[in-house]
Design a protein around this ligand. Sequence first.
Ligand code: NAP
Length: 243
Amino acid sequence: MKYALVTGGSRGIGKAICIKLSQMGYVVLINYASNRDAALETKSIIEENGGMAELMPFDVSDKQQIENTLTAWEEAHPAEYISVLVNNAGIRKDNVMFMMSDDEWHSVLQTSLDGSFYLTRHLLKHMMPRKRSGKIVNVASLSGLKGMPGQTNYSAAKAAMIGMTKALAQEVAARGVTVNAIAPGFIDTDMTKDLAVDELKQLVPMGRFGKPEEVAETVAFLVSEGANYITGEVISINGGLYT
Ligand code: NAP
């Protein structure tokens, strides 16, 4: 069995990644924060297509929940390990900086950045031993490359994930683990449904928002054998919005 853990797999981009990885033969561990119905729907889609999945709820910003959940999983699967980790869970709490609350700042960083750190630190120990390997994909954002006004918290979190990706890639390259990031532009999910879509899509050279499935294809490539020599990279998926 090959296991892949996708954080925030209940909805949007994470859901599409779960479905794609299951099509590649992975047993998918679907993490989510609170939306059990949506996570069950992801699981059903996978199973209807002949794949295998388990729900793995926890708050990625809660170190103790992560440790408890992963330790329980490891005790139940003593001969196996999670070889693919997609750090996808993320939230947006936009505000201009001079009005930004402590919670708006910290919760966004804790979800994307701290969550990725806690999970990666734990799972790396199981990926690095001899005769094993691992693939880590961090879901950053165009906002972390370019900086977006009104999103200093989110841009900081995503830029930090990119720095973490590049540093860690070099740390673990000799241990058979690759670490890459993707930087989506505007993707059609719940996260972007409150935006002025008609105005924003005019800024995109392709004239439209991306689909979650188009993001999942890049993740699939990065975890495939074909990407074995790629590490420390950031791949943009943005319809030409920022190159
Ligand atoms: P979404 O539709 O809002 O879905 C967010 C997912 O993250 C849900 O599955 C949610 O679980 C989960 N989540 C949120 N907080 C969590 C926590 N503390 N612990 C565990 N899971 C948590 O978002 P999306 O658009 O698919 O975004 C996915 C990732 O892509 C995010 O990191 C986002 O920053 C990034 N991204 C998105 C876009 C875009 O345009 N959509 C662009 C660039 C980057 P529940 O269902 O339980 O709430």
